[in-house]
Design a protein around this ligand. Structure first.
Ligand code: PMP
Length: 419
């Protein structure tokens, strides 16, 4: 496989190309091919950006028609037919059936762009400067998002000071018996705590990069109650956990909370095309016209594919299929946990957002490499990279799911027999 040009000219910063050292060329559903014609099952899916699989026919057909039709591709934040149709379907198929009411901001196209907009709005709305953020969180690589992220190596990037962040323990940190919600409630109410009231609390319902740590219903409800009682904006960063990943469209639906601000990106376009939105409780939409602006806020191809993706959520059979797949995945992973107690400590996550907390980072690294050799793309996460992150497309076929799990099984088997 010729990878010379990447080594010669692509920056040292490249990461996934190193961990999957081949050259990919085609993809369909959960299967991806390299130039040598070798197939791989994709349990990485663009780090959660391809929840609907590669080249999903329901999503790509309208995109191909749109591209061939001489339609608008980039429109800044002007009004276009594609944007109107996206908004209509998003409201009718996603928001209204869930009893949610939000204004939609179109920020820049990446996840971190959405978080920056959310943080800026919360600060403007409250007039406060600090934000509460959690241990092991990950919110992106621009300065505001870096500041609220937990990882030490991430936070050091850029070499500038990152003020105005109050770090608090996530659900279950540092151990399952510690009640972090009560702690937060307490310090916010105690004039001696030395912790000022923040503009916002920003959280992920499952900390994907942080090791698939999973917040409980009770904790999420309590954090929302604390936000409401102290007049703090609740921001849910649903960039990786949202858009169907947990089996529901939003990752917080199971807890029946309604955050003030929700950030979506990654799988929002359904196609891998960059696209983000910020959902804002209507009374908080205090932006002045043009106050937050930028070039790539009108990716019309993404509007078209996102609309097709959202329409799928009006189809009961589609929803039932996702639920069935989630149950199957969880059962298959339970099987691995039982079979390899020497390798796997426990399962984490929810729905199709699953993780296997393993006994050591070295073991995870070996499983990753062996799985790649056999034909499975899978990622690790967590501050110590000791969690196998299992993210199949939510539309994966039974055959592909079984093939992927069989490879993971084989890779674990090799480690179990070596120990
Ligand atoms: N928030 C979360 C929860 C994420 O998982 C990510 C990406 N891994 C981001 C924000 C940043 O998104 P992007 O890489 O598109 O800026």
């Amino acid at each position: 496989m010729n990878t010379d040009v990447f080594a010669a000219y692509e920056s040292n910063v490249r990461r996934y190309g190193r961990s999957f050292p081949t050259v990919f060329t085609k993809a369909l559903g959960a299967t991806i091919w390299d130039e040598a014609g070798k197939t791989y099952i994709d349990f990485l899916v663009g780090s959660g950006a391809l929840n609907y699989g590669h080249n999903n026919a329901n999503i790509m057909a309208p995109a191909i028609e749109y591209l061939a039709g001489g339609n608008i591709l980039l429109s800044l934040d002007m009004y276009t037919t594609a944007k109107r149709e996206f908004i209509e379907v998003f409201v009718d198929s996603i928001l209204k059936p869930r009893g949610l009411s939000y204004k939609i901001q179109f920020p820049g196209p990446t996840g971190t762009n959405a978080n920056e907009a959310a943080l800026a709005l919360a600060r403007k709305y409250t007039g406060r400067s600090s934000v509460m953020a959690f241990t092991n969180s990950y919110h992106g690589m621009s300065l505001g998002s870096l500041a609220v992220s937990g990882s030490a190596s991430t936070r050091e990037l850029g070499g500038v000071a990152r003020h105005d962040v109050i770090r608090v323990p996530y659900d279950g940190y540092p151990n399952p018996t510690f009640d972090s919600a009560s702690y937060i409630d307490h310090v916010l109410g105690d004039p001696g705590s030395g912790i000022e009231k923040p503009a916002a609390i920003i959280l992920e319902t499952i900390q994907a990069e942080g090791g698939m740590n999973t917040a409980s219903t009770a904790w999420l409800i309590e954090i929302q109650r604390i936000c409401r009682s102290h007049g703090i904006v609740l921001i849910v960063d649903d960039i990786q956990a949202g858009t169907g990943r947990t089996g529901d469209f939003f990752s917080f639906e199971f807890a029946k909370i309604d955050p003030d601000i929700v950030c979506l990106s990654k799988s929002l376009s359904g196609s891998g095309s960059p696209f983000s939105i910020v959902l804002i409780r209507p009374e908080m939409d205090i932006w002045k016209p043009g106050e937050h602006s930028g070039t790539f806020r009108g990716n019309n191809l993404a509007f078209v594919t996102a609309r097709a993706m959202c329409k799928m959520w009006s189809d009961r059979e589609f929803i039932a299929g996702v639920e069935r797949t989630a149950v199957k995945l969880q059962a298959l992973l339970d099987g691995l946990v039982t079979k390899y107690p020497k390798c796997i400590e426990r399962k984490r996550g929810r729905g199709l957002m699953a993780g296997l907390k393993c006994r050591s980072p070295a073991l995870v690294a070996r499983v990753h490499d062996v799985a790649f050799e056999i034909g499975l793309l899978i990622e690790s996460s967590g501050p110590n990279r000791d969690v196998i992150k299992v993210l199949p497309p939510i539309t994966i076929s039974d055959d592909e799911l079984h093939d992927g799990i069989a490879i993971l099984d084989q890779a674990l088997q090799e480690q179990a027999s070596e120990d």
